[in-house]
Design a protein around this ligand. Structure first.
Ligand SMILES: [Zn+2]
Length: 147
């Protein structure tokens, strides 16, 4: 299912975007990840999408899941925890929930995340460069932080 993307300019949707996600049940997150990826693939410039960007239930907790185009493929990350490493630098970023907006964010050059994949299998993996930036951007969404 291709879902509409929540937009910061719409008050109800902004409330969902600002609400932190909740780590929990995997089957709901797996199903949601499929919708996230199908939606993200509709936009040629999209490299990641977090669950609260398509969640439409203001009174329910958003599952903690995002998809990201890293290493040349779309990947699913459920209930992720992270450690950030290395130098920090300014990176130009945009966001699907802020159409047309660009800003600079301070990002770490490397990140290690432990997560469940699309099959619910726990993995720990290291990312660097733009892949690390994309993951930091999506993890920010899940804490309710926007660019
Ligand atoms: Zn974003």
């Amino acid at each position: 299912m291709i879902a509409p993307i929540n937009d910061v300019n719409i008050p109800d949707q902004l409330a969902i975007l600002k609400r932190p996600s909740k780590k929990g049940e995997v089957s709901t997150a797996v199903s949601l990840a499929q919708h996230l990826e199908e939606t993200a693939r509709q936009y040629p410039n999209c490299v990641g999408l977090a669950s609260n960007q398509i969640w439409d239930k203001p009174n329910e907790d958003t599952p903690h899941v995002f998809v990201a185009h890293v290493g040349g493929v779309w990947r699913t990350f459920i209930n992720a925890t992270s450690r950030r490493h290395g130098k920090r630098g300014r990176v130009a970023e945009g966001c699907m929930s802020k159409p047309g907006y660009k800003t600079h964010k301070i990002r770490f050059e490397r990140i290690t995340i432990t997560y469940l994949d699309a099959q619910g299998i726990e993995k720990t993996e290291h990312f660097q460069g733009m892949d690390a930036v994309i993951i930091q951007h999506e993890l920010d969404h899940l804490t309710g932080a926007l660019i």
